[in-house]
Design a protein around this ligand. Structure first.
Ligand code: UTP
Length: 286
């Protein structure tokens, strides 16, 4: 079945970025000159997805405004002859079709996905966590859709992490079934000791609609939140789940260090910034 829809859970409080995220959604923090969430939206579009469902919450209206048409701004840019900027603005609002739903309380990532059930209509769908910025030749989600096309089952994006870092991730146990592809046999959320492998789940998923009934059967786990990993564990009992080690570099921009690394690395790709930024970094004599 052709996958058309993508869910973007964006209702978390972004506490790791306080006080910056007190009045501004984390998703709107700029990576060079584009808000974080726009990178993942562009990845979705380049992967052929047609409809984006953003799960928002309190204080997140800036996300809706960002992807809407800004009539006044466009008129002003037209009057001032700023053609390039005008084109950029029109491109943002015309990226794909957007729908919004609200999570009334931040009851967890699993809960945020669960509330999109009526908008998904019993189809497989993609999930993007906008904090994970993936720099890849072939968009990471496009790579995953190819794996989905072969297996017709849920696909989780994974990357290798040092075992000492496993406590920060959902970790999988799997059986290798092809280049970069595993059949998932177990999942453990943030293991403190003895992770089942070095394969960590990161913020890209393709899920079958079976996830909704698995989520309904999931009770709140750590932090009183409905954990997606717990629901995936349930789903793995009913259906096959695959993990795919994507090709590309991932930045955890939801974390201060990852955010700064992503900014430096994306700025170094910009012809207008590259030279001066390199000169500045060298001048730091680290
Ligand atoms: P995070 O664990 O990164 O939480 O959520 P957070 O609130 O965004 O950030 P910190 O940890 O407090 O700094 C992972 C993803 O799940 C979404 C978040 O918006 C983020 O995209 N999420 C999380 C929800 O949509 N609802 C929730 O209840 C929890």
């Amino acid at each position: 079945m052709h996958i058309k829809k993508a869910v973007f859970p964006a209702a978390g409080f972004g506490t790791r970025f306080l006080p910056a995220t007190k009045a501004i959604p984390k998703e709107m923090l700029p990576l060079v000159d584009k808000p974080l969430i726009q990178y993942a939206v562009e990845e979705a579009k380049l992967s052929g997805l047609e409809e984006i469902i953003i799960v928002t919450g309190m204080g997140k209206t800036a996300i809706e405004d960002h992807f809407d048409t800004s009539f006044e701004l466009e008129i002003l840019l037209k009057e001032r002859g700023k053609k390039e900027l005008l084109k950029m603005m029109e491109e943002v609002s015309g990226l794909v079709h957007f729908a919004y739903t609200r999570q009334k309380k931040p009851l967890g990532l699993g809960h945020a996905i669960g509330i999109t059930k009526n908008l998904i209509n019993d189809e497989p769908f993609a999930v993007f966590l906008g904090d994970d910025i993936i720099d890849a030749k072939v968009p990471a989600m496009k790579q995953m859709l190819d794996v989905y096309a072969r297996h017709k089952s849920s696909v989780l994006a994974v990357q290798r992490v040092a075992r000492s870092q496993a406590h920060k991730y959902g970790m999988i146990k799997g059986e290798k079934v092809g280049p970069r592809v595993w059949r998932v046999t177990d999942l453990v959320e943030k293991p403190k000791l003895n992770p089942p492998s070095d394969l960590a789940i990161i913020g890209r998923y393709i899920l079958t609609p079976g996830i909704f009934s698995a989520l309904e059967r999931t009770t709140p786990g750590s932090g009183g939140e409905i954990q997606l990993t717990d629901a995936l564990k349930t789903l793995a009992k009913d259906e096959e789940i695959y993990a795919y080690e994507f090709e590309g570099r991932r930045y955890d921009a939801g974390d201060k260090l990852g955010f700064i690394q992503a900014n430096i690395s994306f700025a170094l790709k910009r012809p207008e910034l590259k030279k001066e930024l390199k000169r500045f970094l060298k001048s730091l004599k680290l």
